[in-house]
Design a protein around this ligand. Structure first.
Ligand code: ISJ
Length: 428
């Protein structure tokens, strides 16, 4: 599955040069129109981040050791690489974008992609990284805004493996199991299948998601496209940070009413309980790699256009040399996407969801040769169908605790589908 020759690591040649910031002012427009959907890479928020296209190297793996396999592969690639990096900052030099499967048993590959071109922008600096295997000098591409992506036309939506009504029954069953004491929390997800009249271009989705959901990380890696508000872990020169989300309320569109709802969310014992499980799972896992930690006692309310979440930013100083991908491996799956206790929640997800989550709810992001990087949770996302480019499967899930109302959870999952639904239909 790896493109590495059996004889040893492929020799990656990577070169980073500074470019005028104005050239990278709108990163998403730089991705060429003709890029195959599977080779479009993005990690962009508030106009900063990384975009990439083309494929210098591509790694695929499966199973319970998928994180270790991916981390080993990247370490080998970087140790053999020939790098010229004029900036030497997080995100410069060779970059792997990654998208890991949620479950060890998933039939979907976990992927690391090393694009042949990466453009980055951060804190007033911008850069271009080119990467090749086997050719002495990577070609320098022309960086010009691509033409507007074309619309997929009318979109038809169909149920995933379960209808909303069937999923509601699964939620009710989860509440019964929690109430009788089998577990404390489980996150159940459902899927919708969207089909356009024309191919669905990732560039079309990315530009719309970025315009509408400014507070999220707009991502694309190997056909998984979305706008996640949840940062599983960022590692930046030894400092690890994580934004934990759990506990959700839908917005109404009326600002005064939404403020009142935000206040009620911050006091809701059901949501605070759901949130506390998620914070504890992240803080406990991160503490194993950190000398000192900062875990705020009370969450804040994160406002997004479709929903509001209880949010906690956890931070720690990493003292065991772990890379960002290794940290993501030990934080995944957090109780924000799995439940508490993890083994019982995992088993109930397998029993009740009736689907393979694929890379939805798995870590998605990027890493550099030093191991710095950002790994979000692949939420508010969809998976483009490789065989049929007009089709994308959308996913949304909800944390279920003893006080959950199945009917409300269906409405919450509908609200979590909105970013992708709106990006697909041309109304934005
Ligand atoms: C599982 C999802 O979202 C997660 C579940 C949340 C909740 O149940 O309140 C909130 C944020 C995410 O951690 C999703 O968007 O699919």
């Amino acid at each position: 599955m790896s493109t590495l020759p059996a004889a040893g690591p492929a020799r990656l040649i990577a070169r980073t040069v500074e470019i005028p910031e104005a050239v990278a002012a709108d990163l998403l427009t730089l991705i060429p129109a003709a890029t195959p959907a599977s080779q479009v890479c993005s990690w962009v928020r508030h106009g900063e981040g990384l975009v990439g296209w083309g494929s210098a190297l591509d790694f695929a793996t499966r199973g319970s050791d998928r994180f270790a396999q991916a981390a080993d592969w990247w370490r080998e690639v970087c140790s053999a690489a020939v790098v010229r990096d004029d900036l030497a900052r997080p995100g410069t030099g060779p970059i792997a974008f990654g998208s890991m499967a949620y479950a060890a048993a998933s039939q979907d590959d976990s992927r690391l992609v090393v694009p042949s071109v990466v453009v980055g922008r951060r804190s007033g600096r911008a850069w271009l990284t080119t990467a090749t295997v086997g050719e002495a000098v990577p070609a320098t591409p022309e960086l010009i805004p691509a033409s507007d992506p074309s619309s997929p036309g009318e979109i038809a939506f169909a149920d995933g493996p379960k209808t909303a009504a069937e999923w509601e029954i699964a939620v009710a069953e989860a509440v019964t199991r929690i109430t009788r004491g089998d577990l404390d929390k489980v996150v159940l997800a459902r899927a919708l299948v969207a089909q356009g009249e024309q191919p669905i271009e990732p560039q079309w989705l990315l530009r719309r998601l970025a315009a509408a959901y400014a507070n999220t990380w707009v991502f694309a890696v190997a056909g998984l496209v979305g706008a996640t508000p949840e940062m599983l872990v960022r590692l930046d020169r030894g400092l690890a940070t994580s934004r934990v989300l759990a506990g959700t309320i839908r917005r109404t569109g009326d600002d005064d009413h939404d403020l009142a709802l935000a206040a009620s969310l911050a006091r809701s014992s059901k949501d605070l309980e759901e949130h506390e499980y998620a914070v504890r799972s992240v803080a406990d896992s991160l503490a194993r790699h950190c000398g000192s930690m900062n875990v705020p006692e009370t969450p804040f309310v994160l406002h997004l256009p479709n929903v509001m979440h209880l949010a906690t930013d956890v931070a720690g100083a990493v003292d065991d040399g772990s890379t960002s991908l290794e940290l993501a491996a030990s934080l995944h799956p957090s109780a924000a996407v799995c439940g508490t206790p993890t083994p019982a929640a995992d088993a109930l997800i397998t029993e009740l969801e009736g689907m393979d989550r694929g890379r939805y709810a798995g870590p998605v992001g990027w890493m550099d040769a030093a191991g710095d990087g950002e790994w979000g949770i692949g939420l508010r996302s969809g998976r483009l169908d490789e065989a049929d480019p007009r089709t994308i499967t959308l996913y949304a899930g909800c944390g279920i605790v003893a006080g959950s109302d199945p009917d409300d959870e269906v409405a919450e999952s509908d609200a979590k589908f909105l970013p992708m639904r709106d990006a697909l239909t041309a109304r934005i």
